[in-house]
Design a protein around this ligand. Structure first.
Ligand code: ARG
Length: 472
């Protein structure tokens, strides 16, 4: 960083090289695209406010576009040794357009500029995470549809609870992801507010029109308060929290894959393309991808913790600590993107073992709730019916007979499911595991997924404004 900084007017001495290296932000290369587009919008705003002439504005826009195409793909190289992307782009513009380039930063601060860049990045990142999440949700729904009437034990405390169809399990993961998608959409609408025009903290005495630049960049509105807008990073935490929730869901799904692919469970087998061997034990086929998803959830949670600790004591107005919000954001977006992609492949490639699931689900003890319900239907209060069936369970275990036999002896009139299928089908209320409920869930899923597809189209339309400003 040997050349003089653009802010160096009041300084007689240059920044210490160690301090310069310590404070620079090479991670800014991710923001390059958004920084240039934001600067183009700002230049257009300055022209509209009469601060730049049309010619000056055109020269700035053309040069910024030229810098964009020249640096694109090689951002890291061009940012090397620079304080940040904002300074790098502005110095290059001023080198190429010494006259008007020096006017670009009028009425702007790096504080509103970096907030803007981060919002534009977040909008794109969020859109691509929603895209990946909804294709995972579609894969889960397809697996549920493709494996109808495969009965399996449902677990609580990892002990046999009640039989379910596999589709109910797959759809339970699918609904979690659908909730994650809704959360992301909400985060999108709360972040889609432009901070450009907030300046360092206090807006501007020049006739800037934040609503105009907000519109150029397809934001839904400009900021309400310049002090808040210049240092707000709520959206960064929201993004990371939203990704972290997804990661937690994927991790629990991954844990199930690991468990189900053990020889003991043997409910699922993964394709060879998604498993790995052992360097010593020739027979091994390990579910490493699932384990990595489970393991990398720690990274997402770490990013969230880092951000909360960074943000906790910052007073109103920009402080340099805010620079530290970028890496956890980028890292958690990259992390969740990788996890979603691999999980989708695993869901598509998984083969379920009907016989092993059926054998595990055919434990008549697990139909005991249907027997209680049968007693309730015949007028016995639930608590008494529960005790009576509990006693029948104890008796059947003592006598070494099936629960059905014991019940038939104690209560000859009470019918007891003769198979896990019967037990599942008796539970037909909304959202339960019966075949009818599964098909209702599948229908609702495709309705909601097409809503999300429409949302994705609208958000892609907004994202295109950045490309248009860049002349792509
Ligand atoms: N590199 C800085 C960041 O990422 C840009 C803003 C610098 N602003 C300042 N007042 N020093 O936050």
């Amino acid at each position: 960083m040997s050349e003089k900084e653009l802010w160096s007017g009041r300084f007689r001495r240059q920044l210490d090289p160690g301090a310069a290296a310590f404070s620079s932000s090479p991670e800014d290369s991710v923001l390059f695209r958004y920084d240039v587009a934001g600067s183009i919008a700002h230049a257009m705003g300055l022209a509209r406010a009469g601060i730049l002439t049309r010619d000056e504005c055109n020269a700035i826009v053309d040069t910024l576009r030229a810098i964009y195409s020249r640096w694109r793909g090689k951002e890291a190289e061009f940012l090397k040794g620079k304080e940040d992307v904002h300074m790098a782009v502005e110095s290059e513009l001023t080198r190429l357009q010494p006259g008007c380039g020096a006017k670009l930063h009028t009425g702007r601060s790096r504080n509103d500029q970096v907030a803007l860049d981060l919002k534009l990045y977040s909008r794109d990142a969020l859109l691509s995470v929603v895209r990946s999440a909804s294709s995972l949700a579609a894969a889960l729904a397809a697996a549920a549809r493709g494996n109808l009437r495969l009965v399996m034990p449902g677990y609580t405390h990892l002990q046999h609870a009640q039989p379910l169809y596999l589709s109910q399990n797959l759809l339970s993961h699918h609904w979690r992801i659908m909730r994650d998608i809704e959360r992301m959409k909400f985060i999108y609408s709360s972040l889609n507010i432009s901070p450009l025009g907030a300046g360092a903290i206090g807006g501007s005495s020049l006739p800037l029109q934040p609503a105009y630049t907000a519109k150029l960049l397809s934001f839904s509105a400009p900021f309400d308060n310049s002090l808040d807008a210049s240092s707000d990073r709520d959206f960064v935490l929201d993004m990371v929290y939203g990704s972290c929730m997804m990661a937690l869901h994927l991790s629990s799904m991954a844990e199930e894959i690991v468990l189900w692919s053990t020889s003991e469970f043997n409910f699922v087998s993964l394709p060879e393309t998604l498993t790995t061997g052992s360097s010593l034990m020739p027979h091994k086929k390990n579910p490493d991808m699932a384990e990595l998803i489970r393991g990398r959830t720690g990274r997402s949670a770490g990013s969230l913790t880092a951000l909360m600790l960074t943000m906790k004591g910052i007073p109103s107005g920009y402080s340099r600590d805010l620079q530290e919000t970028k890496l956890p954001l980028f890292s958690s977006v990259d992390n969740i993107t990788g996890m979603l992609g691999v999980m989708e492949r695993m869901v598509k490639g998984a083969r379920f073992n009907r016989a092993a699931m059926l054998a595990a689900a055919s434990d008549p003890l697990t139909y005991s709730v249907e027997a209680v319900d049968e007693l309730v239907r015949s007028g016995v209060p639930f608590r008494e019916a529960h005790r009576e069936m509990g006693e029948a369970v104890a008796e059947s275990l003592e006598k070494g007979e099936s629960l059905g036999q014991t019940i038939r002896r104690r209560r000859p009139g009470i019918s007891y499911p003769s198979s896990p299928y019967e037990s599942v089908e008796m539970r037909s209320t909304r959202g339960s595991s019966s075949a009818d409920s599964i098909s209702a869930q599948l229908e609702e899923s495709s309705r909601r997924r097409s809503e999300t597809a429409a949302w994705i189209r609208a958000a892609s339309g907004r994202a295109a404004s950045v490309g248009r400003l860049l002349g792509e």
